[in-house]
Design a binder for this molecule. Structure first.
Ligand code: PLP
Length: 400
């Protein structure tokens, strides 16, 4: 793991070396990814799938090779299960619309968790409003982990889908998705996993997990912005209608009737982000060269170290303290507003995020204005954590 692979990490902020601890929001990009973007625009930029000309064929191959790379990374059955979207939000909206059209009727129920990101709440809420269906929310235990017993109690004959975050973007808690999926399947209910905060940090095997759908964002996994993935089991995707109409997703169009393309193109209306997919494949190659298992082990230890160091500072309250976390820690200091802490850390070159982290229901449940959140990536080090801790101590001295 090498910081030097990430050019932006050489930047200084207010004259101080950057310590970037806002990786749950977006990760920085290795040189290979940055170079891939320039290379693609310089050498083979052409719209894909439709062209007989040379450049278009190269661009098409790059895009389809990238799809195959994502499929291999996630251990998907085959590349047809991989739909390129704009990001996790887009993937979940697409699924909510499409699944909703096919399977949701008045009185049906969809289960989500209390700690979801707005992306895994609002699309389902909109669907429920459209179809007069009901959103059911899994509560949290006192320690802020998902209440799995309560989850099981939510199932009834109206339950149609479960959509749950693998890792909470606020608390860092890793949800027991094996158990969540197994129980849903015993009840013949499919499960969608929001893997925005897990895919970049741990090995994922969609076939071993047996999840029915999974969403992630390339930009949180060292890839470019504006690209995401919706994985779905092929037999399930086949029976869903397209969410958007336009070019690419059609077989034939007439004013009387349009027939749709096969998977995965049925879900990819318009010119796709083929430069982004090419660059994302380079990000995945970068991750694979290090090894997802190694990244997982390294970040787990770094998270543990950060929590241990943080808990030694008087007045710091860590949310879900002591629970196994993956790369994300939320905290507050006494009654100090998280924004003030974040601002004083920034002045010392430390980038963290403050606020509700797009999870307002969770923050309201906690009855707080927000949290300070540090989130780790493979390029962070114990020295980064030590600098963060020293800066936090200084901020607290100024604010108290
Ligand atoms: N889900 C989770 C758990 C997230 O953390 C995020 C972003 O922070 C999203 C969904 C939305 O991702 P994007 O904004 O890339 O669509």
């Amino acid at each position: 793991m090498n910081k030097d692979d990430f050019p932006i990490l050489q930047e200084t902020i207010y004259g101080k070396p950057l310590v970037y601890l806002d990786n749950a929001a977006t990760t920085q990009k290795p040189a290979q990814v940055l170079e891939a973007i320039t290379y693609a625009y310089t050498h083979f930029n052409a719209n894909i799938h439709r062209g007989v000309h040379h450049l278009s064929q190269i661009a098409t191959k790059a895009h389809e090779d990238a799809r195959a790379k994502v499929a291999e990374w996630l251990h998907a059955d085959n590349p047809n299960c991989i739909i390129f979207t704009k990001g996790t939000t887009d993937s979940l909206n697409m699924l909510a619309f499409s699944f909703g059209e096919a399977h949701i009727y008045e009185g049906d129920e969809i289960i989500i968790g209390m700690q979801e990101h707005h992306s895994n709440i609002v699309p389902w809420q909109m669907l429920c409003e459209r179809k007069k269906a009901k959103l059911r929310v899994v509560p949290l235990r006192e320690d802020l982990s998902l209440d799995i017993e309560a989850y099981k109690q939510l199932f009834n004959s109206h339950t149609r889908l479960v959509s749950i975050a693998h890792v909470s973007n606020v608390l860092g808690i890793v949800n027991p998705i094996d158990e969540i999926i197994a129980f849903a399947h015993q009840n013949h209910v499919p499960v969608c996993i929001d893997a925005a905060q897990s895919a970049p940090h741990m090995p994922l095997d969609v076939q071993a997990l047996d999840c029915d759908f999974l969403a992630l964002s390339a930009h949180k996994a060292y890839g470019p912005t504006g690209l995401g993935i919706l994985y779905g089991k092929e037999e399930l995707l086949k029976e869903l209608p397209p969410a958007e109409g336009g070019g690419e997703m059609i077989e034939h169009v007439s004013f009387e009737k349009t027939t749709f393309n096969t998977l995965p193109y049925k879900f990819e209306a318009g010119t796709p982000n083929y430069i982004g997919s090419y660059a994302f494949a380079k990000a995945i190659e970068y991750l694979e060269a290090i090894g997802m298992k190694r990244i997982y082990a390294y970040e787990t230890e770094l998270t543990r170290y950060a929590e241990q160091q943080l808990s030694q500072i008087p007045g710091v309250h860590i949310y879900a303290k002591g629970l196994p976390k993956q790369g994300v820690i939320s905290f507050n200091v006494g009654n100090i507003h998280p924004y003030d802490v974040g601002m004083l850390l920034d002045k010392q070159g430390i980038a963290v995020r403050t606020g509700h982290h797009c999870a307002e229901p969770l923050i309201n449940y906690l009855k707080i204005p927000g949290t300070v959140r540090l989130s780790l990536a493979l390029y962070n080090t114990k020295e980064d954590i030590d600098r963060f801790i020293a800066a936090l101590r200084k901020a607290i001295t100024i604010l108290t």
